[in-house]
Design a protein. Structure first.
Length: 352
């Protein structure tokens, strides 16, 4: 073979080897060298979670991560299957928001066995360890709703609590805190607790039944904006959707901070919400996944982003992000300060 041909073959061989090496690189790397992570969206039937879905790719790009995404649709069996998909895709970390916080333990064990770090968002597992839990203090949600309604009702009357799913740590935390607060501070307020499984139609039906049986109900605590549309419809049907200065007004508190809630507060259809930070959930879920991949560790204490990391139990840390009460006037209610509904620091006012 001529020398020039041998040289050409050598060049081709070198290029082939280089390309083969590139092809053999870890499948958990994107073309730009950023780690690939999996994010399971828990559902896409609420404005809150749709906002979280919108924010996730933006923060992934900002952090140099490549996303693989799935949607478990509030079904733990689908979440389990989605985790298997992520494993087969070679992801380097997984963010998830399990709605059934007891049933997720076996899936966490599988991911741990593969040395794939997990960050849970909005909820924390009842058992098992994850690298970090990113959520807000959900007991504070129930406490703030209780304080607001207690102040507005002057410590007397009847309220309905439209609970989430009690299989979820969030539903349990909000329910227990609201009930504990009412018993401790407003014993003359009667609470009708209604389990809804985060289902808006169920919530509306139960609220209608309660208002029919107890027309003197003066307050509603919705544990999430899933119940917003149905609650407003029921109040309208019963001629109770009137301004806060009308004696027939029923005071309504929600949890989430979606744009529609903020608008409804400003227009007097509901009275308050606790702003659950969809944007920060997306940001810090990915932040902690990247930190886990980079080998970083954390300890309980204040963070540099206005939150506090607590140790829930041995081996389990939770970053509790800020979640302010939001009202029309930005006032303080039985010691709980609030932001005005048009405050531009609220994520619900930043969405285009």
């Amino acid at each position: 073979m001529p020398t020039t041909s041998r040289a050409a073959v050598a060049v081709v061989a070198a290029l082939t080897a280089a390309l083969s090496a590139c092809g053999a690189q870890d499948s958990g790397q994107s073309g730009s060298g950023g780690p690939v992570v999996g994010v399971d969206y828990p559902r896409s039937d609420t404005d809150f979670w749709n906002s979280y879905i919108k924010y996730s790719p933006e923060f992934a790009e900002e952090l140099g991560l490549e996303l693989k995404t799935t949607n478990s649709q509030n079904d733990v069996a689908k979440l389990t299957a989605n985790a298997q998909t992520f494993i087969s895709q070679g992801v380097k970390g997984v963010a998830m928001a399990p709605q059934d916080t007891a049933a997720i333990a076996p899936t966490l064990e599988q991911l741990a066995a593969k040395k794939i770090p997990v960050v849970t968002v909005d909820t924390r597992p009842d058992t098992g360890d994850v690298f970090m839990v990113v959520r807000a203090d959900n007991r504070a949600y129930g406490e703030k709703a209780c304080r607001f309604l207690g102040a507005k009702l002057g410590g007397k009357g009847k309220v309905v609590m439209l609970q989430g799913d009690l299989a979820s740590i969030n539903g349990r935390d909000r329910t227990e805190a609201f009930n504990d607060c009412m018993k401790a501070h407003y014993p003359d307020i009667t609470v009708f607790g209604e389990a809804t499984n985060w289902d808006g139609a169920v919530a509306a039906q139960k609220l209608q039944t309660d208002l029919t049986a107890h027309p003197d109900i003066k307050g509603v605590y919705m544990q999430s904006s899933f119940a917003l549309a149905g609650t407003l419809q029921v109040l309208k049907q019963k001629d109770l959707l009137v301004g806060p200065d009308d004696p027939e007004h029923v005071f309504v508190v929600s949890n989430d901070g979606i744009p529609e809630e903020l608008t409804s507060i400003a227009e007097g259809r509901i009275d308050a919400t606790v702003s659950q930070p969809a944007d920060l959930y997306a940001k810090y879920a990915l932040h902690y996944l990247k930190a886990a991949i980079d080998g970083k560790t954390f300890a309980p204490g204040k963070t540099d982003h206005d939150s506090t990391i607590i140790q829930v139990r041995e081996g389990l840390l939770e970053d509790q992000l800020s979640a302010p009460l939001v009202t029309a006037d930005g006032g303080t209610y039985d010691g709980v300060p609030s932001l005005k509904s048009d405050d531009q620091s609220l994520w619900g006012n930043k969405l285009g």
